[in-house]
Design a protein around this ligand. Structure first.
Ligand SMILES: [Zn+2]
Length: 392
């Protein structure tokens, strides 16, 4: 008897490589292409869950395995009944594997075949993360989509170094899958819920690595698909390589990825990056830009980026973005937001984060609509032209 799947993915419109569809998870349906706000430590920084649910209507957010594992630790989250219950979020959650965070520690980590040893940035203690540990932590978190544990080669890595790293990622992918299957059969997943006609278990995505080397990327994809995952991600981009390299990789790899599974571009990018990657066949995105930049006074708008601290906004009574319908743009002026920012009021971060997330999510809504109505090329062209018109 065929196994009941843990997720379902259906494409209902396609225009060239751009796809619009519905990803059904055990915690609801998600229209794709989708942008997933990043909730690093169990919070999407600067915004309440009520607003994510109601006004912004985010259907899925991210959690970070590395951060949650170190603090509060999996015992706390397990005893709370999993991450959904701990943070009080009933919609879908995706957790990363911790691989990228550990990789970002640079000199503070030591990579071996077995896994990665590193010093915790919280208390300096020596910790060890491996495919098996990552799967165990993600089962304790009970996220709906789990990411395989991978290694990321630096953007400027040589072919030889990247090949070694990419093959290690493939071996770790297999170990991730084996550990994942064992944990599911043991009932370790705290988020289990039978809904939407699915199996109720977590879904597992594999990650394609290989930096800017297309032959390694293709090899990585082949090895990952051979292991077999519920979805496939492109990792290791936007880590310092040229933007042209990033798009070359996406353009080459995304259309080769399984057509019936979601394609997820990890950690990318600006609104224009998202639109361009959709045009190359990507379905899912996450990025800290809207939240992080919101906290440093930067707003993303349909006419480019805007730094609210600039003196030009002192008396500017217009909203951040005149074509944005979010509650911040409906209510507040640039002059007021600038005042909040320069006086160090926490509301500045909250309001800018809110608008930025609204802009990213609205952009994806527009993208989906355009693909469904057959207008994506026009949408893409006008979106890019508008951004350039008044950008900084
Ligand atoms: Zn707005």
């Amino acid at each position: 008897m065929p196994k009941t799947p843990s997720i379902k993915f259906e494409i209902d419109a396609q225009q060239d490589e751009a796809r619009a569809g519905v990803l059904t998870t055990r915690r609801g349906k998600i229209e794709t292409p989708v942008f997933m706000p990043v909730g690093t430590a169990g919070t999407v920084k600067g915004i309440r869950f009520e607003e994510l649910e109601s006004e912004l209507d985010a259907k899925i957010i991210l959690g970070n395995t590395y951060h949650l594992w170190l603090r509060p630790g999996i015992d706390v989250i397990r005893s709370a009944g999993g991450l959904h219950r701990f943070i009080s979020w009933d919609r879908a959650l995706l957790t990363d594997s911790g691989g990228f965070q550990v990789w970002s520690l640079g000199a503070l980590r030591k990579i071996s075949e077995e896994g990665t040893e590193f010093r915790s940035h919280v208390d300096g203690s020596l910790r060890f993360l491996s495919p098996e540990v990552s799967m165990e932590v993600q089962a304790a978190l009970g996220s709906d989509i789990v990411m395989a544990f991978d290694e990321c080669a630096p953007g400027e890595a040589s072919h030889e170094e990247t090949e070694r790293s990419m093959n290690l990622t493939a071996r770790w992918a297999k170990r991730s899958k084996d550990a994942f299957d064992r944990l599911q059969s043991e009932g370790a997943d705290t988020g289990r819920v039978e809904a939407q006609g699915l199996s109720g278990t977590q879904a597992l995505f594999g990650i394609v690595q290989g930096a800017g080397h297309l032959n390694l990327r293709r090899n990585s994809l082949e090895q990952t698909v051979n292991i077999g995952f519920d979805g496939y991600a492109i990792g290791g981009l936007s880590v310092g390589e040229e933007k042209s390299v990033m798009f070359e990789v996406i353009e080459d790899i995304a259309p080769r990825m399984p057509k019936d599974a979601p394609r997820y571009l990890m950690g990318v990018g600006t609104p224009e990056d998202l639109v361009e990657a959709v045009g190359r066949g990507v379905d899912m995105f996450d990025c800290v830009l809207p939240t992080r930049n919101g906290r440093t006074g930067q707003a993303f708008t349909s006419r480019g980026k805007l730094n609210i601290k600039n003196a030009q906004f002192i008396n500017d009574t217009r909203p951040l973005d005149e074509s944005c319908g979010c509650s911040v743009c409906r209510r507040h002026s640039r002059a007021y937001l600038r005042h909040l920012y320069v006086t160090g009021e926490m509301l500045a971060s909250i309001l800018l984060t809110h608008h930025n997330l609204a802009f990213f999510l609205d952009t994806m809504r527009g993208v989906r609509q355009a693909i469904r109505s057959g207008d994506f090329p026009k949408f893409r062209r006008e979106f890019t032209e508008r951004l350039k018109a008044n950008g900084e």
